[in-house]
Write a protein that binds this ligand. Structure first.
Ligand code: GLU
Length: 421
């Protein structure tokens, strides 16, 4: 099944579960607008390479289109459409005033020099300039794109306009109208969701045993904030393996080791396990899979001991695995990615608000605002889930189902009020 087919199936299921008319599905199954562009780049060796890029604007019932730009050799227009639909739902659930969009360029950034990347990024910004803007569509980073790329793009767009337009891209460097919280906002947000879930269902977060799968950007800050909030982080892992200490890891030391040597397995204390997936199976109350998709599957779900899963990564738990988990008596919930890792785009929203006003909050103030939005979102989803479960005793209703129902309902209400349906 392609990613687009899968997303459409999720959409159909949510529309049905929410008891909404079929035309909601019909409307949302197609994007509002798709722009395909070519980006010619003179490479360092003198060749002219024509890259292909897209910007998909899926739905703007709730506000301007919003979503990242992905650089990837295998990206297709269909994948980009699916990702843009995903952003419509994520932004809706996040309660922020945005619709959904997504951009992509078919390229392999790992094989490109800085100069080539800069040319490509400026070329892409110029190509999509006619359909973006702070009031229309606000791109941001996604896979393989970063604050430096946003800096080039905002510069290119500003040059076209003839004045500085900070609010057209988000997740820019702090020196160029970005916010220092953005770098850790996804991992931090995941912990806010985990903390709210533990307070609701496990009697508190402090002292709870936490395991983190992964040790990239999201996972490092998830582990960092979990331990800062008083949980005991016993395991983290990367492709080099898992480090485990039932007495709790020194997360800051693990981050230092990872950033200096590239491998978390060089952490000097605790037990070292060569299997990177061992962090999924250790004794823990809360598991935060925060690396990649499809790590908890039909094949290993019965080895997971945690009562609560909080998804920092996108799609770490497959639907089949989820069924197995929920059939376990002591399993509480898998707090879905669309809710738990929305910290990135919510932070983008706060940065955009700052940019529109040319007024900047300090780091702590921004972080508190982000936490309060994440907490509210978690509560809304948890309450809706508990109600839905009571209403639909005839079937398994997961927390993921409830999150998608909420997301679809908010877009539906806006479209209905506007007279689109
Ligand atoms: N790419 C991130 C996401 O998928 C962030 C998007 C944004 O900040 O606009 O949520």
């Amino acid at each position: 099944m392609s990613y687009l087919e899968w997303m459409l199936r999720v959409l159909k299921n949510s529309v049905e579960l929410a008891g909404l008319p079929q035309e909601v599905y019909d409307y949302l199954s197609k994007p509002d607008r798709v722009l395909m562009v070519k980006i010619p780049v003179r490479m360092d060796d003198g060749r002219l390479v024509i890259f292909e890029g897209y910007r998909v604007q899926h739905n703007n019932a709730l506000g301007p289109y919003k979503g990242g730009i992905r650089y990837h050799p295998e990206v297709t227009l269909d994948t980009d459409i699916a990702l843009a639909l995903g952003m419509t739902l994520k932004n809706s659930l996040a309660g922020i005033p945005y619709g959904g969009g997504k951009g992509a360029v078919k390229c392999d950034p790992k094989k490109m020099s800085m100069r080539e990347l800069e040319q490509l990024s400026r070329g892409y910004a110029r190509a999509i300039a006619p359909i973006i803007g702070p009031e229309i569509d606000i791109p941001a980073p996604d896979v393989n794109t970063n604050p430096q790329i946003m800096a080039w793009m905002v510069d290119e767009y500003s040059k076209l306009k003839g004045y500085n337009v900070p609010g057209v891209f988000t997740a820019k460097p702090p020196e160029l109208w970005g916010n220092p919280v953005r770098i850790y906002s996804t991992g931090f947000g995941t912990v806010v969701a985990a903390k709210a879930a533990a307070e609701r269902w496990l009697g508190g977060f402090e002292g709870k045993v936490v395991s983190v799968h992964g040790f990239g950007n999201v996972a490092q800050y998830a582990a960092y904030w979990a331990s800062k909030y008083g949980a005991k982080v016993v395991a983290v892992s990367d492709t080099s393996g898992t480090v485990y200490d039932p007495n709790g890891l020194d997360v800051e030391l693990a981050m230092k080791v990872k950033n200096e040597t590239g491998k978390v397995i060089n952490y000097p204390r605790g037990e070292k396990i060569s299997d990177p997936d061992a962090s999924l199976y250790v004794d823990a109350d809360i598991l935060m899979p925060s690396a990649i998709e499809n790590v908890i599957t039909e094949a290993n779900a019965n080895k997971v001991k945690a009562k609560l899963i909080v998804e920092g990564a996108n799609g770490p738990t497959t639907p089949e695995a989820e069924k197995i988990l929920y059939s376990r008596k002591d399993f509480i919930a898998a707090v879905p990615d669309i809710l738990a890792n929305a910290g990135g785009v919510i932070m983008s929203y706060l940065e955009w608000v700052e940019n529109l006003q040319w007024y900047f909050w300090d780091e702590e103030e921004t972080r508190n605002r982000l936490a309060s939005i994440m907490e509210k979102n978690f509560m809304r989803a948890a309450e809706r889930w508990e109600r839905l479960r009571d209403e639909r005793k005839d079937r398994l209703v997961t927390m993921r189902d409830a999150a998608f129902v909420l997301a679809v309902e908010r877009v539906y209400k806006a479209m209905k009020l506007r007279g689109w349906l």
